[in-house]
Design a protein around this ligand. Structure first.
Ligand code: SAH
Length: 213
């Protein structure tokens, strides 16, 4: 899928991600083949294969490739298969990675203009197993629930209980928790119990409560 000089930049990025500890060969292959330069503005294309978050407008960012790889790998490690919900579509980069690894992806974004751009990118990449919703991610997407996995790509200042309720039994939610100090946290559902595993400190834009724009 990747043409010309971007392919070389992508393979250098993949080597970096391996050194940083992304291990899942399928995740690495999908990251290598997904054209991250299509998810950023023209003026930032020269940075698109750097292992950094980049601005995407509206005060938001496309996540760092390492964190995209790691969160995706964790979902697979805990056995998530089938349908996945993403909160915070943003550029659609994480969405595109998920769409290539899971049966179907539902994704919710509160900023309409970002959602439209992301939708266009899914078509450009022939990814047709993605459903998008303009709405408040704190509420999840109840009519599409239950999900095998839920991934939140913005930091929630408290545990998003409605998302936990939208997990199927055995399903997993991965979410950055906190405001200034954030901890990537995994919850695994066992019946009506949710087993919490704090994983690592992270830095995400906030999961905003309330109005959608
Ligand atoms: N996965 C994205 C990350 C984007 S940054 C990417 O790789 O590009 C986080 C995104 O979460 C932003 O686009 C922001 O608008 C969105 N967001 C923040 N609060 C939200 C909420 N309550 N509901 C839905 N989306 C939200």
């Amino acid at each position: 899928m990747l043409l010309n000089n971007y392919a070389r930049s992508a393979s250098i990025l993949i080597e970096q991600l391996k050194k940083l500890g992304v291990e899942d060969a399928k995740v690495l292959a999908v990251l290598e083949q997904t054209p991250r330069h299509l998810f950023v503005d023209d003026v930032l294309k020269h940075k698109s294969y750097e292992n950094t978050a980049l601005p995407i407008g509206q005060g938001q960012t496309i996540s760092q490739p390492f964190i995209v790889g790691k969160m995706t790998e964790i979902l697979r490690q805990v056995g998530v298969e089938g349908s996945v919900l993403e909160i915070g579509t943003g550029s659609g980069y994480q969405t595109a990675i998920l769409a290539q690894l899971f049966e179907s992806v539902c994704t919710v974004e509160r900023i309409k203009s970002l959602q439209w751009q992301a939708k266009r990118r899914m078509h450009q990449l022939d990814l047709y197993n993605v459903s998008m919703k303009h709405g408040d991610g704190w509420l999840g997407w109840s009519s599409k629930a239950p999900f095998a996995g839920i991934i939140v790509t913005a930091a929630a200042k408290s545990v998003p209980h409605s998302l936990l309720q939208q997990l199927e039994d055995g399903g997993a939610l991965i979410v950055p928790l906190g405001e200034y100090e954030q901890v990537l946290t995994l919850f695994v559902r066992q019946g009506e119990q949710f087993i919490e595993h704090p994983l690592a400190p992270v830095k995400f834009v906030p999961l905003i409560a309330g109005d959608i724009i």
